[in-house]
Design a protein around this ligand. Structure first.
Ligand SMILES: [Zn+2]
Length: 163
């Protein structure tokens, strides 16, 4: 099978937590963050981390609020790699293999897989905009040339719609 998600490219594009968070921010908000608590656009960015402060409701937040990536101690680039490996294996990824690939223990790998699989399955059921994950998989099968970042962006969008 031809690889459609290039893990090497993925690691180059998303070497750390910050690069992933910036990617999620862009998918969610574009250039202007929106407070997930009150909907205000009057926010300020913290100087040294990818967090924002809402000047309307006085709460701080990051782009992962209300997504499956919230409150996880696993760095986002490991989540991104897991998502890529899971899609590439067409959901036949074992916890043992994942643990070795992203350097976490087997129990953690198992939990990550369970969380992602549940969310992907939710996304498949609930997406109704015509361009759903099934279509996406078919396109991949037909070897439509998609770039790794495009694929991830598409899937992350779907995941974040349902989480
Ligand atoms: Zn707010």
């Amino acid at each position: 099978m031809e690889k459609f998600l290039n893990l090497q490219e993925l690691r180059r594009l998303f070497p750390n937590n910050e690069s992933c968070l910036a990617f999620i921010e862009n998918i969610r908000w574009g250039k202007t963050p929106v407070c997930p608590h009150c909907g205000s656009r009057r926010t300020s960015r913290f100087k040294h981390e990818n967090r924002h402060h809402c000047n309307a409701c006085n709460v701080s937040f990051s782009a992962t609020v209300n997504t499956i990536f919230h409150n996880t101690r696993i760095p986002l680039h490991k989540w991104f790699a897991t998502l890529a490996l899971l899609l590439e294996s067409q959901h036949h990824l074992s916890a043992r293999k994942l643990a070795a690939e992203i350097n976490v223990n087997k129990n953690t790998a198992w939990q990550m897989l369970a969380r992602l699989k549940a969310t992907l399955s939710d996304a498949r059921e609930r997406v109704s905009d015509g361009l759903n994950l099934e279509t996406f998989y078919r396109q991949v099968e037909e070897k439509v040339k998609l770039q790794t970042a495009d694929i991830l962006q598409y899937v992350l969008r779907k995941i974040m719609e349902v989480s």
